[in-house]
Design a protein around this ligand. Structure first.
Ligand code: C2O
Ligand code: CU
Length: 595
């Protein structure tokens, strides 16, 4: 197994122009690989995991810093990192085939983006069977001004998860749908809190008088939960990472992908159950953690104990939420979309649908930069079949969703990235949100129930323009906000073994020439202004190609079959010409090829 390779270090990169504020870069390395994890004593499970742990390593930085993550994929399948909840440039969003090609087995990719919003986020792959393993971690962005958060003494992250292994869903009429387990991993039919079953819990240590912040993250494949702490009300302070006007409740529904931060006053000494149930049945505890006051001597509550707060406590509702830092819905929408969430019963296999369409046969929703876009999501499924399955935690990538019809009204709507749509007949099954189209590119939005995703409940948002003016429309541009060529490495299915042929691809407007270079890697890239950032020193030209009608220039390279070079990491960059773009040439993004 790979050792944990998590190397946080912070250093300063001097601004290019004197007087620029230095940008702080925080570096991490995340390795995806098999690991043996122990959800409870005596139970060893092989899982796909980050940094050999489930959940994976916490990534933490301060608002305004730049996060740079070197992701190494040692899994036997292509993978990627998606940064759930952060509105970052499209090329860094980690959706295979949409944001960039996936990271092939044995290869790596460096994600780099500014963390401009504080809050609780998480990262995971964006492939259905991989989202049902141990592959998830927390990304916590602390506010630049600590006073922007409510005061707390201790900070605990609480992941809720529903085990790993093959998934099956009854489909009525006797059929089932399945998502196979990730190859080579074990099966666990239990719910997990921080990667452990109720039998494997490590108590959360607290002291009387403390204010304890819990950051709840639902990373499950198919389960929407309710979570409650026995003996203590919770003050909800953040929804999906963004601060809300504090609201006190005893139980919190949390859809897949959602996050809630709460602060709890520790004023009731003892040993307490922090319990989660299915959202569809609050009277059965699926997993529980233990909150233990220092000095308290009682036994931990039993795993099946159902705290009163869980079964009957006051439940948080979206209508309770108002943003603490108000971003009003100022403008009337420039575009309005109504989306019905439904199912198609055939002909053919049953599918989940947005407006009757099922991935990948979908019509993108078009937006233009600067528009205000209002979307209404309406659950349309009515019928006796599978009523419990009709909860849809809908997640939109890359944008901040201002949820309407809440305590915040139009002046202070809560800002979310995942919105749980209830079944018809169980409260409000329709939600409306508005977002500003301020992040050009191609973006996914989808149900975060991976069975529903797998059965087609995914859609696309396409920007209509070319915001960086590089001749590639935003919807296909892998770097839509800066006019630089994008270099990717592709084995074309042949693997990266010595002697095999790989393709160096550069996305760049058709008809333009691209030189491919390799060389040594400089510690900090040389900023050449409009030309780009040069990472190689010195560099050697590998070859040249011209981008064709699909906007890609491809150079096939055969890796020498020489064992001496096995294990080498080769830094790559390209230099591209452009007929109209000043100054006539640009240096590509940087990439490493692992031999
Ligand atoms: Cu948490 Cu599209 O993902
Ligand atoms: Cu769904």
């Amino acid at each position: 197994m790979m050792p944990i390779r998590l190397l946080p270090s912070i250093f300063l990169v001097l601004g290019f122009f004197a007087g620029c504020l230095p940008a702080q870069i925080v570096d991490y390395t995340v390795v995806a690989d098999y690991a043996t994890v122990q959800p409870e004593p005596g139970l060893n499970l092989v899982a796909a995991a980050y940094g050999a742990a489930m959940p994976g390593p916490e990534i933490r930085l301060v608002e305004g810093q730049t996060l740079r993550v070197r992701f190494i994929n040692n899994l036997p399948e292509p993978s990627s990192l998606h940064w759930h909840g952060l509105a970052i440039p499209a090329g860094m969003d980690g959706v295979p085939g949409i944001s960039r090609p996936p990271v092939e087995p044995g290869q790596e990719f460096t994600y780099e983006f500014a963390a401009n919003e504080s809050g609780t986020y998480w990262f995971h792959p964006h492939t259905e069977n991989q989202m049902n393993t141990g592959l998830h971690g927390a990304l916590i962005v602390d506010p630049a001004n600590p006073a922007a958060d409510p005061p707390f003494d201790v900070d605990y992250t609480v992941f809720l998860d529903d085990g790993t292994g093959p998934l099956t869903m009854a489909m009525g009429m006797g059929g089932t749908a399945t998502i196979p387990a990730f190859p080579g991993t074990g099966t666990l039919n239990a719910h997990l809190l921080n990667g452990r079953t109720s039998a494997g819990q490590v108590p959360f240590a607290v002291s009387a008088g403390q204010k304890v912040r819990f950051r709840f993250i639902n990373v499950a494949a198919m389960e929407n939960y309710v979570v409650a702490l026995d003996g203590h009300p919770m003050t909800v302070t953040h929804a999906d990472g963004r601060r809300v006007v504090p609201v006190v409740r005893q139980a919190i529904p949390i859809g897949i992908g959602e996050r809630y931060d709460v602060v709890v006053e520790m004023n009731n000494p003892g040993v307490w159950s922090l319990a989660a149930s299915a959202i569809t049945n609050r009277s059965a505890t699926l997993v529980r953690g233990i909150v233990a006051y220092s000095g308290a001597t009682g036994n931990p509550p039993s795993a099946s104990f159902v705290p009163n707060h869980l079964s009957n406590g006051s439940l948080l509702d979206y209508t309770d939420l108002a943003a603490a830092d108000a971003v009003p819905v100022i403008a009337a929408p420039s575009r309005t979309y109504g989306i019905t969430l439904g199912m198609s019963m055939g002909p053919g296999p049953m599918r989940f649908t947005f407006n009757g369409e099922s991935w990948p046969n979908v019509t993108p929703f078009l937006v233009a930069e600067g528009e205000e876009v209002r979307v209404t999501l309406a659950n349309a499924f009515v019928g006796p079949l599978m009523a419990n399955e009709m909860w849809h935690p809908i997640h939109v990538h890359g944008h901040l969703l201002r949820l309407m019809n809440t305590a915040g009204g139009l002046a202070a709507p809560p800002v979310k990235d995942t919105i749980l749509i209830r079944p018809v007949g169980q409260g409000t099954s329709t939600q409306t949100f508005q977002f500003t189209a301020d992040n050009p590119g191609a973006w996914m939005f989808h149900c975060h129930d991976i069975m529903h995703m797998d059965m087609g409940m995914m859609g696309l948002i396409h920007y209509t323009g070319d915001s960086d003016g590089d001749g590639l429309s935003d919807k296909i541009d892998l770097d839509p906000v800066s006019a630089y060529p994008v270099l990717t490495v592709d084995s074309a299915g042949g693997g990266f073994a010595l002697g095999s042929t790989v393709h160096l691809d550069v996305q760049w407007p058709a008809g333009n020439t691209v030189w491919y270079c390799f060389g040594g890697e400089v510690a900090s890239p040389l900023d050449l202004g409009l030309l780009g950032r040069l990472h190689l020193d010195p560099y050697y030209v590998l070859g040249l190609a011209v981008s064709g009608s699909s906007h890609v220039a491809t150079l096939p390279v055969t890796i020498p079959a020489d064992p001496v070079i096995g294990g080498l990491v080769v830094p790559l960059q390209a230099i591209a010409t452009h007929a109209t773009l000043a100054p006539g040439g640009r240096i590509s993004t940087f990439q490493r090829l692992r031999l």
